[in-house]
Design a protein around this ligand. Structure first.
Ligand SMILES: Nc1ncnc2c1ncn2[C@@H]1O[C@H](COP(=O)(O)OP(=O)(O)OP(=O)(O)O)[C@@H](O)[C@H]1O
Ligand SMILES: Cc1ncc(CO)c(N)n1
Length: 274
């Protein structure tokens, strides 16, 4: 039997369990991928918002990275909340020349509107980390900052996905339409083709950690050796089910249901199971 697939998330924490490292590890587990984590920032947050943040020192983040990477080799890596330029430089340094698939969720602002990345870093991520990415998964406001123009409809999202790949150097980009009106359409550009991932929008306030959950599911599938397109399609199924079956927790934007797909069948096999 093949050795089990493992994945590493490098991100901030969410003690309320719906986003960040906690969400990523839950998703890896659900996808039967062995999950590992390096914490960049400890965040006091819940479904209502972010109360406070403490960044770990660069030295200590490096120790965590070395502890994992010198022992258990992940088959895919994801970064989420990387709040400072120094953190970005450290991670870029560790991942340059690596051929491990690397998913960047360029987390800048939480659903509550609280900032998770400083202003300078929002500009610097473009040149440090994005060129190393196998897939980048910005939401609309994040994509606007990366590409420098406004996104109002799907054609703008297509253009943004192409700029992220053709000009900024990522291998693929998924510009997520969660913040646009109408259907929840995400645009995937893999350097060759544009693909559209469409689902009907659920009328729900339980969307805390949707981006983390989606990108973690993509990472897990890449760790299993799936192509970018297949990993994104399965990730979209996973997040759709997680939003469709909310847990009704918390007093604000509640978490998604990380085992929602079990209520429908395995991710990627929903059609086959019908
Ligand atoms: N109400 C909804 N119904 C269906 N799909 C949704 C809904 N909201 C978001 N999505 C989907 O969830 C995924 C995550 O998108 P979104 O734009 O919400 O990420 P995000 O803003 O990065 O999330 P967060 O910052 O809270 O982690 C996308 O595939 C998007 O289309
Ligand atoms: C740590 C962390 N990463 C990402 C998000 C975005 O949902 C969040 N709220 N918290």
């Amino acid at each position: 039997m093949d050795k089990v697939a493992s994945a590493l998330t490098i991100a901030g924490t969410d003690p309320s369990g719906g986003a960040g490292i906690q969400a990523d590890l839950k998703v890896f587990q659900e996808q039967q991928v062995y999950g590992m984590s390096v914490i960049t920032s400890v965040v006091a947050q819940n479904t209502l918002g972010v109360q406070d943040v403490q960044h770990l020192s660069i030295d200590f983040i490096e120790k965590q990275l070395d502890a994992v990477l010198t022992d258990i080799q992940p088959q895919a890596i994801k970064t989420g909340m990387i709040a400072t330029v120094d953190m970005m430089k450290l991670i870029a340094n560790k991942l340059t020349n690596s051929d491990i698939p690397y998913v960047i969720d360029p987390v800048m602002v939480a659903k509550s509107g609280d900032s998770l990345m400083d202003e300078t870093s929002r500009q610097v991520i473009r040149n440090t980390l994005i060129p190393l990415a196998t897939v980048v998964t910005p939401n609309i406001p994040e994509a606007e900052i990366l590409v420098g123009f406004e996104i109002h409809h799907n054609q703008d999202a297509e253009k943004a996905a192409k700029v992220i790949v053709d000009d900024l150097g990522a291998k693929a980009a998924v510009v997520k339409g969660g913040h646009l009106e109408g259907e929840a359409v995400d645009v995937l550009y893999d350097g060759v083709d544009l693909h559209y991932l469409k689902v009907d929008r659920f009328d729900t306030k339980h969307t805390h950690g949707t981006g983390c959950t989606f990108s973690a599911a993509i990472t897990a599938e890449l760790a299993k050796g799936k192509s970018v397109k297949d990993a994104v399609v399965i990730g979209k199924d996973f997040i759709t089910d997680a939003i469709q079956y909310p847990l009704e927790l918390g007093n604000g934007h509640g978490p998604t249901n990380h085992w929602g797909y079990r209520l429908k069948g395995l991710p990627g096999q929903r059609e086959a199971n019908k």
